[in-house]
Ligand binder design. Structure first.
Ligand code: FEO
Length: 161
């Protein structure tokens, strides 16, 4: 693999762990406010992000490349109200999508078609992640201001395994 591509893969591994950290922060935020369903939903999301990191890491290792685990930054955000974490999650997923697209583009530039093929899973996953994040924010805007609506939404999110 091209050295710059390996560097960017390693950065992306770090970013996926950062995503997990951000979602853990969101999970804690909701739990502290009595919304256990939101809390468990974001806990599951954090675990999914760790899986993304491991998927990238495994690809590097299996390709005989050096995996470099870097320091994970603390999420530098404070939330002002119940809607704010969902907006932060959506903005974050947009940024991750841009990064994945760059990686994909990079793989093509270096004619590394195997890596590009591997990354198509992430390209598709990002589409799903952004849709989910936008959907959650929309539901919160529609139903979150009403106590019963919020209660139902929390119940719905608690069902995620
Ligand atoms: Fe790993 Fe939410 O993208």
């Amino acid at each position: 693999m091209n050295k710059d591509l390996v560097r960017d893969f390693n950065e992306q591994i770090n970013q996926e762990f950062y995503s997990a950290y951000l979602y853990l922060k969101i999970s804690v935020y909701y739990r502290e406010r009595g919304l256990a369903g939101f809390g468990s939903w974001f806990l599951a999301q954090a675990r999914e992000e760790e899986e993304h990191a491991v998927k990238l890491l495994s690809y590097l290792a299996e390709s005989g490349q050096r995996v470099e685990l870097q320091e994970i930054a603390a999420p530098d955000v404070e939330f002002d109200g119940l809607e704010a974490p969902l907006l932060a999650a959506l903005e974050h997923e947009k940024a991750v999508t841009a990064r994945i697209n760059n990686l994909y583009d990079f793989a093509f530039t270096y004619k590394d078609f195997q890596t590009a093929d591997f990354l198509t899973w992430f390209v598709r996953e990002q589409r799903e992640e952004m849709e989910t994040a936008a959907g959650l924010l929309q539901k919160m805007k529609l139903f979150g201001a009403d106590a019963m609506g919020l209660y139902q939404l929390d119940k719905e999110l608690a069902e995620r395994k």
